[in-house]
Design a protein around this ligand. Structure first.
Ligand code: ZN
Length: 395
């Protein structure tokens, strides 16, 4: 065994034995090259500056994880671990020492804060929230989404208005929850085979493999969308009884956002538009729809919107589909109005025409559905952890 010394934060042996062993297992099994620089650590080992950020995310995400496990009746342990490997955003691990691990890249947290912070700093963006008079007009946001799904955004102070700052934090927090719930769904729905890690990085393989991988990714996205929606609707439908300063700040924010379904859809759509804009974006064509192990970011975004719509229509039969579509469309437009389209983000718009062709979308969905029903369902059903009946990701 030749363990490369991980860069950045180190495991020095004083930490959780399980995590140290997991790291060794990674390097042994998959090679130090593939996981070069990977370290999994306890929060105590993180740089002092980052600690408050990550500690807060750690608390929030662990609370979500606990609720999700309870909701799905999962008794096997699933734990959250943080890593500093920039080659993936997050991953779901095969069971190790009796525990399932979800590993999230520590870099994701400040990136999300920065993206939504810049967005809310712009007085032209969602002028209905807080006091835009104190925000300074800014240039359009440049997203450099070319390094394995991770974007380098310039440091910014974030919005000056505390209400706008609160909304930026809320969006960043929802986005990190989505990443967690995506990995959680991979584990809960039996996507992770005992021998292979499901790593959220790009790679090439043959068409059948890709379709299978796309189907699992869409299933994980669909699960995360539904769970994110169910979490968020509680916020928008419940009457808040603020006690702490933090709760008062959030209650104030709700005065601007409003209550009920529409602001919930807008917030979720906005979060998703931002999150998927951070992934590498190619122009989607009929020919390249199934390239790579992961679906194209634009396709994932559109499928996520479709899941929001069908999830709501299942329970709120009196809701016109057009109301949902309008709320989604408004948020997407609001977001892209603030983005510099000379960068890769422009590919979202260029892809629009290929995806608007119904036959392409139907062809894509049909391929996933067929794969799910004939190839994947029997395996997933035998391997799933959740007591909930599985359904195709496209329904
Ligand atoms: Zn995934």
């Amino acid at each position: 065994m030749n363990l490369e010394k991980p860069s950045g934060w180190l495991i020095d042996g004083k930490g959780d034995t399980n995590l140290v062993q997991l790291h060794e297992y990674f390097c042994n099994r998959y090679g130090t090259d593939f996981f070069a620089g990977l370290s999994i650590f306890e929060l105590n080992f993180i740089d002092k500056d980052l600690q408050p950020y990550v500690q807060q995310s750690d608390v929030v995400l662990n609370a979500i994880l606990t609720r999700a496990l309870k909701h799905e009746n999962i008794l096997e342990p699933v734990r959250l671990a943080w890593s500093n490997n920039m080659r993936f955003n997050a991953l779901a691990m095969p069971k190790f020492n009796g525990t399932h691990f979800i590993v999230i890249n520590i870099g994701v947290v400040p990136i999300l804060q920065s993206l939504y912070g810049q967005l809310m700093s712009s007085p032209t963006f969602r002028p209905d929230i807080g006091n835009i008079a104190i925000e300074i007009p800014q240039e359009k946001i440049k997203i450099r989404n070319d390094i394995s799904g991770v974007v380098a955004l310039g440091p910014k102070d974030g919005p000056k208005c505390p209400i706008r700052r609160a909304f930026a934090s809320m969006l960043a927090s929802e986005a990190s929850k989505f990443l967690l719930l995506h990995e959680f769904t991979h584990i809960a729905h039996g996507h992770v085979s005992p021998n292979t890690p499901l790593v959220e990085i790009a790679g090439e393989s043959d068409l059948a493999d890709n379709i299978q991988s796309h189907t699992l990714e869409m299933d994980a996205d669909a699960g995360a969308v539904v769970k994110s929606f169910n979490e968020l609707i509680g916020f928008f439908e419940r009457d808040l009884q603020p006690e702490t300063v933090e709760q008062k700040r959030i209650a104030n924010l709700k005065v601007y956002l409003g209550s009920g379904l529409i602001p919930c859809i807008e917030t979720l759509s906005l979060m998703l538009s931002g999150l998927f804009a951070l992934f590498p974006i190619k122009v989607v064509t009929r020919e390249n729809m199934f390239h790579g192990k992961h679906p194209q970011a634009v396709v994932r975004l559109l499928m996520a919107f479709a899941v929001i719509e069908s999830h709501i229509l299942r329970s709120k039969t009196d809701m016109p589909a057009s109301d949902i579509q309008n709320a989604v469309g408004r948020s997407l437009k609001d977001f892209y109005m603030e983005i510099d389209l000379s960068e890769g983000a422009n590919n979202v718009l260029r892809s629009g025409s290929a995806l608007a062709m119904e036959e392409n979308e139907i062809g894509y969905v049909r391929a996933l559905k067929k794969c799910w029903a004939s190839d994947l369902y029997p395996i997933l059903n035998a391997r799933k952890l959740t007591s909930t009946e599985l359904a195709p990701p496209t329904e």
